[in-house]
Write a protein that binds this ligand. Structure first.
Ligand code: ZN
Length: 215
């Protein structure tokens, strides 16, 4: 289990939950840390002050980014960079990066909570997991993009920069087989398209409470 993961020295002072380091930008609400939810103030500080999103310390000579195809399309990643060793730890500790999780939460644990930053640049709730790559860049290539219409609004890290190295972290998860078969049957006229909508697979999911998801 992930509880035995060696913790990077940089993260030794960070709080832990279930044996896992709580990242510096993780939302702390109601005396709970909500893994997967970003504290907007911390995220903005990490971007502006060039801090690692995991340990909160400033960068050295290399910065790692986690990048999805959707991030490349918009030209930035909403998540701040990381030290290489903090990324290596996250790839093993974070269920989304490790590949353990195949789908984003249907109902985010942070619904209705103030001060939450969007982790991406499009709605993710309930969707299959994206592919993630790791990019290595230099501090001189670490640039923060702002919203052209609201200069104080930080969008994320500019991806139109020289990249030293790219490595896949995890593959994307395609639509589940049942949905594809249903679509195929409908296309062939073998099934009434209104009787079994393939776009509602999440409707069967049980509501999950925030306390449970933060563990
Ligand atoms: Zn770090």
């Amino acid at each position: 289990m992930t509880t035995q993961l060696p913790v990077p020295t940089r993260c030794a002072g960070r709080p832990t939950l279930g044996g896992l380091v709580v990242p510096w930008i993780t939302l702390h609400a109601g005396d709970r840390y909500l893994f997967g939810a970003l504290d907007k103030d911390r995220r903005d500080r990490a971007l502006a002050e060039r801090r690692c999103q995991v340990c909160g310390q400033r960068f050295d000579e290399r910065i790692c980014l986690t990048v999805r195809p959707a991030d490349i399309r918009v030209g930035y990643t909403a998540e701040p960079g990381m030290h290489p060793e903090c990324l290596a730890y996250s790839v093993r500790a974070c269920p989304m990066l490790s590949g353990e999780t195949t789908r984003y939460r249907a109902a985010p644990a942070t619904l209705g909570l103030p001060g939450v930053a969007e982790a991406g640049n499009e709605p993710r709730a309930g969707r299959p997991a994206d592919a993630f790559d790791a990019w290595w860049i230099t501090p001189s290539s670490y640039r923060v993009k702002t919203d052209p219409e609201h200069a104080s609004q930080l969008l994320g890290v500019d991806l139109d920069v020289p990249v030293l190295r790219k490595r896949p972290i995890r593959p994307a998860v395609g639509p589940d087989l049942d949905s594809l078969l249903t679509l195929a049957r409908q296309a062939l006229g073998l099934e009434d398209s209104t009787s079994n909508c393939p776009h509602q697979p999440d409707g069967a999911l049980q509501p999950r409470n925030a306390a449970k998801e933060s563990d």
